[in-house]
Design a binder for this molecule. Structure first.
Ligand code: GTP
Ligand code: MG
Length: 376
């Protein structure tokens, strides 16, 4: 089990409560990865130090504690620049004089740990390709002489030592860009296959409802309860990385003996502070959302942070899909709900674990799906 130190700054415009919650989420990411957080370090400052993210004194103090506690990874809740990685790696190294990299412990940023979790959870070729693309894009700004010299496998380096200095960096960047092109080409093929399948479905008049929401909202559980599809469910962040489809029969509210089959699509969950290239890399999987007839935005109603998470999901959706696709917000985990927020008023509140509570949702879906204006 990894023993991690998590570090962040609190700028004046961020409330300590929000900063605390972000650290809580980072802790969950560490746990999902298979580690435990043994120390949290936070510092009030306007912006990150160019050298060590937190101030140098604070970083040195944290490095000392890390050695005492035998920490084996450092995670910063932000984006790290090459110089910061270099300085922090040296500072947290068990032996700063050892230039072989063997005494280093990984220094990751938020995106690094998310990508590592993706890597662990990816099962299909499609998910693996998308993660590879995101990793390559994440790597580009981090190519620099130190990394070229000390190729560090733990950080998910792209290739071996290619020589130090500017020339090496340029060469490395070119190499990464050509790999990006290769992966993108393969993903284009995947997208085409998805598009063909969708086209066939549309020809048969089959409508798709895409489940979206913050990671761990219960999307896969809802898919399983509604359609019986055997999907992976876990109290983890990013349990799902691929699109899975299930069939759902909806009765016509006007003519109870008639109805139609629709497809319910489960997909990757969202999280706050994602770099744009990460969402971009998952476009093949998210194409199901972009082409859906209706989006079902599932919210964990037992989560005190649900309003913030709704905002995060809405922002990603704004970037990802056209306004023309209607969105139905649904509140899940009613069985664990402790407080009621105004957003819930007039919207379905369900528990995916209790099938009975899903009847009202099915009726709402049926009304929406049978509406003529949903046919695109
Ligand atoms: N109490 C309760 N737990 C639920 C409910 N729905 C889902 N869960 C639990 O919430 C956790 C996450 O469920 P998932 O269905 O994997 O969530 P997800 O939205 O698919 O998550 P990702 O794929 O990681 O984005 C699991 O432990 C589920 O058992 C519910 O209605 N009530
Ligand atoms: Mg899931």
């Amino acid at each position: 089990m990894h023993k991690a130190i998590i570090i962040d700054i609190i700028p004046p415009d961020k409330s300590p409560a929000l900063a605390g919650l972000e650290m809580e989420e980072l802790t969950r990411l560490v746990e999902t990865y298979g580690g435990i957080v043994i120390l949290e370090v936070m510092q009030n400052r306007g912006r990150p130090s160019a050298k060590t993210y937190v101030g140098t004194g604070k970083a040195e103090e944290a490095a000392k504690r890390a050695k005492d506690l035998r920490a084996d990874m450092v995670i910063i809740n932000g984006f790290l620049k090459p110089a910061q990685i270099e300085n922090l790696t040296r500072l947290f190294s068990h032996d700063p004089k050892d230039l072989t990299g063997k005494s280093n412990i990984p220094v990751w940023d938020r995106t690094d740990i998310i990508l590592k979790i993706f890597e662990k959870h990816a099962k299909t070729e499609e998910a693996k390709l998308q993660i590879r693309l995101a990793q390559l894009k994440h790597q580009i700004p981090k190519v620099y002489h130190y990394q070229a010299k000390l190729f560090d496998k733990e950080r998910g380096g792209i290739s071996g030592t290619r020589g130090a200095g500017e020339k090496g960096i340029e060469e490395e960047k070119r190499h990464i860009r050509s790999q990006i092109k290769e992966v993108e080409k393969k993903l284009e093929q995947v997208k085409k296959t998805h598009a063909n399948q969708r086209h066939r479905r549309k020809r048969h008049g089959l409508k798709t409802v895409a489940l979206v929401g913050y990671t761990n909202a219960g999307k896969s559980t809802l898919l399983r309860s509604l359609t019986g599809k055997d999907v992976y469910i876990a109290d983890k962040l990013f349990a799902t990385l691929d699109t899975r489809l299930g069939n759902l029969w909806l009765a016509d509210p006007q003519q109870p003996y008639k109805g139609q089959k629709i497809l319910l699509a489960d997909t990757i969950g969202f999280i706050q502070n994602l770099p744009p290239y990460l969402v971009e890399s998952f476009k093949a999987t998210l194409s199901e959302v972009q082409e859906a007839d209706l989006i079902l935005h599932l919210v964990d109603s037992s989560d005190p942070q649900q309003q913030l998470k709704i905002r995060v999901v809405n922002e990603i959706l704004k970037e990802l899909v056209s306004d023309a696709i209607p969105v139905l917000m649904v509140f899940n985990k009613a069985d664990q709900q402790r407080c009621c927020f105004p957003e819930q008023r007039g919207r379905p509140v369900i528990s995916s674990l209790r099938k009975k509570s899903l009847e009202v949702l099915k009726q709402t879906l049926s009304r929406l799906v049978h509406k003529k204006d949903l046919v695109r």
